[in-house]
Design a protein around this ligand. Structure first.
Ligand SMILES: *[C@@H]1O[C@H](CO)[C@@H](O)[C@H](O)[C@H]1NC(C)=O
Length: 414
C-alpha cells in the first residue's frame, strides 16, 4: 500500500510549501501532529466535504492550492469549471475558498490524464514556503541490515537513484537498532552529513528522530522525504514525502488504510486484492498462475526463454482455498489478451489437490476457451493429478517448469 502523503507544490524552482492543516483533520494526519512531526502539514478535503470551504492558516504569507489527482502536469492542466491550472498560489486567504470551489468536484485534464480528465476530490491547501536548500532523507526496512536504516544525501530534490549512481559518496547510511531507536549522535551525524549547519543541525536531527517515531507508529516500510529542505528563515521542513505502509499491518492501521484511494488503481489488481491474490498485469498473452513471487518471476523468465510473453501473473500465495482458485481464474480469463494459461504451482504449504479442484470447477463454470497447461508439484500431487485427469477437461499436463512453458508457448502458436 503506497500513499503519497503530500505532493510537492513548487510553482517554480525555488518555491515550495509546507503542509499545514486547517481545522479538519483526518486521523493519520492528527497522529502525525501528535508525534510533533510539525513539518508534515497539509490539508485534505475529503469528498464528503465538497462544499466545505477550507480555512487557511492565518499566519501564512502565501498559500498554495493543489488539486490531488494521480497524474502529472497539473500546473498546466485545465478544469471543466473553466479554471486554468491545478496548482495555484495566492497571498489572499479570501481567494482560497473561491479557487477550491472551482477545483473540487470538477474534472482536471492534464497531458497525463484521459481526454475527459480526472475528477478532483481533494485539494491540498498549504502555506507556501521558499526553499533555500534541498536534501534527501529516508527511513526504510532493509533486508541486508535486518531492520530499519536511514539513508540521506545532501543532494536532495532530484532523482536519488541518479545521485547514487553518479556520486555514491554523497549517500549516507545509518543502521538503526530497532530496540534502541535512533540515537542522538546518529541523528546529529546524519544532519551534518546532509549539510545542515549551526542551529539547523539540531533542528534537522529532531526532525529525523520524529520521522523515525512516525515510521514506527504507522507501520511504515518506508518514509521518504524529498526534499527535506531549509527555508531562508532558517527552518528545517519536510517539503514532500512518500510513505509506504506495511500491508500486513492493515488490522491495526485501519485509519491509514481507510485513506487508500482505490478509485485510481488498476481494477483487476483491486479485485485480486479482495481475494488475497496478487495480480500484476504485463503485456504478453500467456497468463501465469503461480504461488510465490520467486516462482512467478521464474515462470515469466522461462516463458520468455521459450519465445512467449507473459500477459500477467497472479500469485496465489499460501493458505489457498478453492474459492480463491476460482476467482483467480475468473480474473485471468477476463483479460482479452490472454491466449493461454499456465498454472505453475509448487505445493509446499499449498495442497495441490485443492488447486486441482479449484481449477476443474473454474474450467467447467467459466467455460474456459483458451488452452490450459498445468504443472503441479509437491504436497498431495498424485491426488491432484488424478483429479485433473479424471475430470475429462482438455487440460495439458506438464512434468516440469520447462516442459510447461514450452507447452504453453506451443499452444498459442497453433
Ligand atoms: C470526469 O472524469 C471522470 C473520471 O474521473 C470521467 O468518468 C467523467 O466522464 C468525466 N466527466 C466529464 C464531464 O468529462
Amino acid at each position: 500500500c503506497v500513499m503519497p502523503v503530500s505532493v510537492r507544490t513548487c510553482h517554480s524552482q525555488d518555491v515550495g510549501c509546507r503542509y499545514r492543516f486547517a481545522h479538519r483533520q483526518t486521523p493519520i494526519i492528527a497522529w502525525i501532529l501528535n508525534l510533533k512531526c510539525v513539518t508534515f502539514l497539509f490539508f485534505l478535503c475529503p469528498p464528503s466535504l465538497y462544499h466545505h470551504v477550507p480555512v487557511c492558516p492565518s499566519d501564512a504569507k502565501e498559500i498554495v492550492l493543489k488539486a490531488q489527482i494521480l497524474a502529472g502536469g497539473r500546473g498546466k492542466g485545465v478544469f471543466d469549471s473553466g479554471l486554468k491550472g491545478g496548482v495555484h498560489l495566492t497571498k489572499d486567504p479570501a481567494v482560497v475558498g473561491e479557487l477550491a470551489n472551482k477545483m473540487l468536484g470538477f474534472n482536471l485534464t492534464t497531458k497525463q490524464t484521459p481526454k475527459d480528465g480526472v475528477k478532483v476530490k481533494t485539494v491540498m491547501v498549504a502555506e507556501a514556503l521558499d526553499i533555500s536548500r534541498e536534501t534527501y532523507f529516508a527511513i526504510l526496512m532493509d533486508r541486508s541490515c535486518n531492520g530499519p536504516v536511514m539513508v540521506g544525501s545532501p543532494q536532495g530534490g532530484m532523482d536519488i537513484e541518479e545521485v547514487a549512481a553518479s556520486t555514491p559518496e554523497l549517500i549516507f547510511k545509518e543502521v538503526i537498532d530497532i530496540f534502541e531507536g535512533v540515537r542522538d549522535e546518529q541523528a546529529l551525524r546524519m544532519a551534518a552529513n546532509l549539510g545542515f549547519k549551526g542551529p539547523l543541525q539540531r533542528q534537522a536531527a529532531d526532525q529525523i528522530k520524529r520521522l523515525y517515531d512516525l515510521f514506527l507508529k504507522v507501520d511504515a516500510t518506508q518514509v521518504e522525504v524529498n526534499p527535506l529542505g531549509e527555508t531562508p528563515e532558517g527552518q528545517v521542513v519536510c517539503f514532500d514525502a512518500k510513505i509506504n505502509f506495511d500491508d500486513n499491518a492493515e488490522f491495526r492501521q485501519k485509519a491509514v488504510f481507510a485513506m487508500d484511494d482505490m478509485t485510481e488503481s488498476d481494477p483487476t489488481e483491486t479485485e485480486a486484492a479482495k481475494w488475497d491474490l496478487k495480480y500484476i498485469g504485463l503485456d504478453g498473452n500467456i497468463a501465469c498462475f503461480v504461488n510465490g513471487a520467486g516462482l512467478a518471476m521464474a515462470t515469466c523468465d522461462i516463458i520468455d526463454l521459450h519465445g512467449g510473453k507473459p500477459a500477467n501473473f497472479l500469485d496465489l500465495g499460501g493458505g489457498v482455498k478453492e474459492r480463491q482458485v476460482y476467482e483467480a481464474f475468473k480474473l485471468l480469463t477476463a483479460d482479452p489478451k490472454v491466449e493461454a494459461i499456465l498454472v505453475n504451482i509448487f505445493g509446499g504449504i499449498v495442497n495441490c489437490a485443492i488447486i486441482a479442484n479449484g481449477i476443474t470447477k473454474a474450467c467447467r463454470e467459466l467455460e474456459l476457451k483458451v488452452p490450459l497447461v498445468v504443472r503441479l508439484e509437491g504436497t498431495n500431487v498424485h491426488e491432484a493429478k488424478r483429479i485433473l485427469s479424471e475430470s475429462g477437461l482438455p487440460i495439458t499436463a506438464a512434468d516440469n517448469l520447462d516442459d510447461a512453458a514450452k507447452k504453453a508457448v506451443a499452444a498459442i502458436k497453433k
